[in-house]
Design a protein around this ligand. Structure first.
Ligand code: ARG
Length: 463
């Protein structure tokens, strides 16, 4: 038997392999709510414009509601021979309401239908992700406020650089998440034009009202060019780009969690809630959630790369290649949303070892810059020269295996006679962080203020 939806000129049914490669119902069934919403908006518009009868439109709307509840209840009979969600819904509609169902596809093609459905789906995914990222920011800002004065070593090249505060470090990720949310919102704003009514590629001769369907579906306006509307997937690419950057941010933090929880470092502990054990080594407590967040970045960026490759050689307008836009994107968004939840959980769960972090902050001559700055500020020595003198003092301390603040004053004076007892005040890590009060600096007072400002902004629904 040939396909009921398009089989007019076909005498026999497709090969089993043809059916298998062609079908998308296995994944585009996730578009059911969007497909039904768009069909309802379309039918209502057709009736309003006198293109179909009002009672046909009512029967269609009623039938679509029934289908919505059947799918939600898990009783809907999805059929692979009906290829995709659009034809599964329409075929079921015909079973439920009879010939009126055949009027729904007037002035519409699966090409504008799928573009519309997937835009609605991506828009929902962006909105959900935005909420999740906000929760992640809130968790970070909460912990940052509590640890505004907790000192830890700051690193560059993974070498001890200068003392920073743990709260400051956490707030860095709040800023990244804010930009991630901004990028997602930008993508949302650009995608929010309705393709519905573009037809297969050229528009339609029916007197449709595209403004009406656009409004009904929460779009800002209809798309302006029918060829473009059915044949671009830049809205998916853009959302995936924003998602990829967000995933990379999470992955970097996940990597830090892996480092911090290593017994070699020990800055933080995760509880039983966010660690797993080893089946062979009873002592182990592994940060699997962080490792998996780090790893999932691969499939998220992979989805972006995959779709870029799908699109790069496609002439206008719709090509079946574009059916490959969904699986990767759906997988990427669900992986990212799980990753955000896992990171939020770990942020709330992690317990820093405050004493150990502070001790580590004092190692590796982390306050050498403070010494150089003291030489500049107190003795009027040019910074370049102060840097050089401090390097000599650090070398001297290192030879005697002493931290800077344990090096005798006389030893420092042998290198720079102007140094006085006062210098020891700036060599402590607490003094060091307290002095970094420049805008955006790590001083506890700054961090407390920033964390509070973030919490207030997030409370008010801002980014
Ligand atoms: N399942 C298809 C997709 O996801 C729907 C559009 C099919 N259109 C067509 N002319 N074959 O892209």
């Amino acid at each position: 038997m040939s396909n009921k939806m398009w089989g007019g000129r076909f005498a026999s049914s497709p090969d089993a392999i043809m059916e298998e490669i062609n079908a998308s119902i296995g994944f585009d069934r996730h578009l059911y709510a969007q497909d039904i919403a768009a069909s309802k908006a379309h039918a209502q518009m057709l009736a309003q414009k006198g293109i179909i009868a009002k009672d046909d439109a009512e029967r269609i709307a009623h039938g679509l509601d029934t289908i919505l509840s059947e799918i939600a209840a898990g009783t809907f009979p999805f059929k692979r021979e009906l290829e995709d969600i659009h034809m599964n819904v329409e075929a079921r509609l015909a079973e439920l309401i009879g010939p009126s169902a055949g009027r729904l596809h007037t002035a519409r093609s699966r090409n504008d239908q799928v573009a519309t459905d997937f835009k609605l789906w991506v828009r929902d995914a962006i909105d959900e992700l935005d909420e999740a990222l906000k929760g992640y920011q809130r968790a970070l800002a909460d912990r940052a406020f509590d640890h505004a004065a907790t000192v830890m070593p700051g690193f560059t090249h993974l070498q001890t650089a200068q003392p920073v505060t743990f709260g400051h470090h956490l707030l860095a990720y709040v800023e990244m998440a804010a930009r991630d949310r901004g990028r997602l919102r930008d993508a949302r704003a650009r995608l929010n034009e309705s393709p519905l009514g573009s037809g297969a590629l050229a528009g339609t001769s029916f007197p449709i009202d595209r403004e009406m369907t656009a409004r009904a579906l929460g779009f800002d306006r209809p798309t302006a060019n029918s060829l473009d509307a059915v044949s671009d997937r830049d809205f998916v690419l853009e959302a995936l780009s924003a998602a990829s950057i967000a995933a990379v941010h999470l992955s970097r933090f996940a990597e830090e969690i892996v480092i911090w929880t290593s017994p070699l470092v020990g800055f933080i502990k995760l509880s039983d809630k966010f660690t797993t054990g080893s089946s062979m080594m009873p002592q182990k407590r592994n940060p699997d959630a962080a490792e998996l967040v780090r790893a999932k970045t691969g499939r998220i960026v992979g989805a972006l790369n995959g779709l870029l490759m799908v699109m790069k050689g496609l002439p206008l307008a719709y090509q079946k290649d574009m059916q490959e836009d969904k699986e990767g994107a759906m997988d990427a968004f669900s992986a990212l949303s799980l990753s955000v939840s896992a990171m939020t959980g770990m942020v709330r769960d992690m317990e820093p070892d405050v004493a150990l972090m502070k001790k580590a902050a004092g190692q590796g001559y982390a306050t050498a810059t403070d010494l150089a700055d003291w030489l500049v500020q107190r003795l009027g020595i040019p910074f370049r020269e102060a840097h050089h003198l401090t390097g000599k003092i650090v070398a001297r301390a290192s030879e005697s295996a002493l931290p800077l603040h344990r090096l005798p004053l006389a030893a420092m004076q042998a290198i720079e006679p102007g140094i006085t007892e006062d210098v020891f005040a700036v060599l402590s890590v607490d003094r060091s962080v307290k002095s970094r009060t420049s805008l955006g600096g790590t001083a506890p007072a700054n961090v407390r203020k920033q964390a509070k400002a973030w919490l207030k902004r997030l409370e008010k629904g801002g980014m």
